[in-house]
Design a binder for this molecule. Sequence first.
Ligand code: ATP
Ligand code: MG
Length: 204
Amino acid sequence: MTNSNTADKAARYRQRMQQKKQVVDAAIARADQEKGLLLVLTGNGKGKSSSAFGMTARALGHGMRVGVAQFIKGRSDTGEEAFFRKQKQIVWHVLGEGFTWDTQNLERDTATARNGWSIVQKMLCDTRFDLVVIDELTYPLKFGWLDMDQVLNDLQSRPLMQHVVITGRGAPDRLCDAADTVTEMRDVKHAFRCGITAQKGIDL
Ligand code: ATP
Ligand code: MG
């Protein structure tokens, strides 16, 4: 390539980047509101709870106070629980008893979920919590153990600047409609289907 070709290419690249920067800067300037967000992380792919705990780490890093409520709790030996329980600004509630196919008791699962929601309700009324993570909430909603109107109403009446992250597969439409940010994790491949068991630090 000649010197003039190289210079042309560099000039075109600079011009393209300048235009792109104008568009990005304008979009950033437009987004000037502050509010507590409702985020829903759903879909069949891996990454919902680990993303929620990534935000938990971010919030704690900023000195924010975090409440975590875990609804369907398959195991109590996760790295996130061991790590976050050592932190000062976090309250960690395990509200579920395990997967439905393990408990096999509708009445008990319903009572556990309702009792769990009453603990979440307290956090949703407490301005000291900057972030509330409700892990695997979609299951008690889908199974009808919790009343959707009640849950939406409690979420809507939370403090103005409080963020809430909800995880779980198959998030109901009404929950997604109420959310500010919804991400659907898509399952492209998962090692489990090749016979690989859950790996420490990755899956638990
Ligand atoms: P993670 O906690 O890893 O972010 P998740 O919250 O997206 O996963 P869950 O549906 O809560 O997914 O599943 C919990 C466990 O099942 C985790 O150990 C996760 O790695 C594993 N898992 C998630 N997605 C799949 C999948 N598509 N196939 C098999 N196992 C999965
Ligand atoms: Mg999960």
